[in-house]
Design a protein around this ligand. Structure first.
Ligand code: NAD
Length: 294
């Protein structure tokens, strides 16, 4: 089976390497020449554009920043649609607006191309060791046909519904993570200002109901004042913007998401958009004029 892979960034590069490790033949592209060369050194072929990649592949995977990039690669000039052929499956693993996935699918399916939206969670370390979680929307039979390929990059692959459902699930994930980080920040600043060591608070509560994967992952970063990404604030702004757009479309108001998105815009204005999202702490520190430390 030949797989096209477009978008060899922080996530796409290690994911595509895992496909090569699993024995798949790859044809790849990215604007970043050095990422392409790394894959070529491992045996991948270079594709000139999505059209050619689609023509030569059984499955095309994209791992791109946001909806406009996906639309351009799938439907734009020399796009995947121009290389459409019988049996081609397109799997978009980027985190984009669910409505955009549905829009792209509607056009592609007319040309006989099936599509899954399959965003991921786990970040770069899990992309490297092949243990990302994949949440997949699309027809169940297309999911079954593609599962083995997805499993070569992932620790968990779950079918969650029709096309767009993968990205709805990812937005739910991003809301829970963002609000959880904001809650931890609010609590640590309270503790610091009240004269209680936030590290002691962390130790005391981590085994109770307030314990969470977010608390475990982000508290040490906050206490060390290490805001190296991880997951950048600017990417989380993109996800929460998509979450609010979707929540307004379906009529599910998301007041807490809106509040945390505004915090992120304020952090961006202060030059923190390339920090890890645990830097939401800095927003609360500014409000209370205090710095959290061990
Ligand atoms: P990235 O910016 O590192 O990579 C995107 C890549 O796409 C870049 O290398 C860029 O050159 C390439 N690209 C853009 N347009 C292209 C085109 N037309 N043709 C070829 N290449 C093109 O981003 P990333 O961190 O790898 O994230 C990708 C997606 O995964 C995003 O939607 C992000 O929200 C999501 N995601 C990221 C993480 C993370 O921790 N970084 C975790 C989970 C999900």
């Amino acid at each position: 089976m030949k797989i096209g892979f477009i978008g060899l960034g922080i996530m796409g590069k290690p994911m595509s390497k895992n496909l090569i490790k699993a024995g798949y033949e790859l044809i790849v592209s990215d604007f970043n020449k050095s990422a392409v060369e790394e894959l070529v050194a491992l045996g991948a072929e270079v594709g000139t554009n999505p059209k050619e990649i689609a023509q030569k592949s059984d499955i095309v995977i994209t791992m791109l920043p946001n909806s406009p990039n996906v639309k351009a690669v799938a439907l734009g000039e020399s796009g995947l649609i121009e290389g459409a052929h019988e049996g081609l499956i397109y799997i978009d693993m980027s985190s984009i607006a669910p409505a955009a996935s549905q829009e792209v699918y509607k056009v592609l399916v007319e040309q006989g191309v099936e599509m899954l939206d399959a965003p991921v969670s786990g970040g770069e370390p899990k992309a490297i060791d092949g243990t990302i979680s994949v949440m997949v929307g699309g027809k169940k039979e297309i999911f079954e046909q593609s599962k083995e390929v997805l499993e070569a990059m992932a620790g968990s692959v779950v079918h969650v519904g029709e096309i767009g459902a993968g990205n709805v699930t990812k937005l739910a994930n991003q809301i829970i993570v963002a609000l959880n980080i904001a809650a931890v920040s609010e609590a640590f600043v309270l503790a610091q200002k009240a004269g209680v060591n936030p590290e002691s608070v962390f130790e005391a509560i981590r085994g109770g109901l307030a314990g969470s994967t977010v608390l475990e992952a982000k508290s040490p970063m906050m206490l060390d004042r290490n805001f190296t990404p991880g997951f950048r604030i600017n990417l989380h702004i993109k996800d929460l913007t998509n979450a609010l757009e979707t929540s307004h479309e379906v009529g599910a108001p998301a007041p807490l998401t809106a509040a945390v998105l505004e915090m992120m815009y304020s952090l961006k204005a202060d030059g923190h958009e390339f920090n890890d999202h645990s830097a939401i702490l800095k927003h609360y520190e500014k409000l209370a004029n205090v710095e959290v430390s061990r």
